[in-house]
Design a protein around this ligand. Sequence first.
Ligand code: PRP
Ligand code: ZN
Ligand code: MG
Length: 225
Amino acid sequence: MFNNNRIRIAMQKTGRLSSDSIKLLTSCGIKINLKQQKLIAFAENMPIDAMLVRDDDIPGLVMDGVVDLGIVGENVLEEERLNRISQNSEHSYVTLTRLDFGICRLSLAVPVNTTYTHINSLKNIRIATSYPHLLKKYLDKKNISFKSCMLNGSVEVAPRAGLADAICDLVSTGATLEANGLREVQVVYRSRACLISKNGDINTDKKEVINKLMTRIKGVIKARE
Ligand code: PRP
Ligand code: ZN
Ligand code: MG
């Protein structure tokens, strides 16, 4: 079905990391054929195939060894790692390098008219999030009990809709919080995009291509510092 000697790299199809991920590979001199928006885009001049998928699927594809490499946000990666630990399933991977884009933070935010003095103000409230494991790890460490409301999207409207008292969601510019009358009160996790590889055996030919790619990525990042 697939040519086994080609590196498969999973990247976000659409979203905050997609254009920067493609730009990175392009800057590395990899000519990817993106003419049609397909699941797989083949590079013309290197044995590399890009798999364009949902960002949430990237950690699992790498941990299951379905793809060799992935470009993903550390927020999504760490959430899936904690999720798999809780389910006793495969959760290993190797970080090859952190990247210079996708910089954001996972933060707790409350409606602007709410009194917030200390993290204890969050005790026993209901928090809407798409990152239940990262949130629980953070609040457990601080000994704060809470109720969660799992939402895969539209997290920022949850307080207004009466679904939750606070949210825990990604913040980059802060525009979404502001537009929804929310105030950031606590940073839970700082994140950026990273390049990861599957754990375990990768054949010598593939390793050579990965090393070549790594040298170029480091050069590109250095050049735009
Ligand atoms: C995140 C988050 C907010 C927005 C915050 O969503 O859920 O909606 O970005 O960014 P800002 O601070 O610059 O306004 P994202 O675009 O990653 O997509 P998703 O929620 O669909 O996964
Ligand atoms: Zn997503
Ligand atoms: Mg969003």
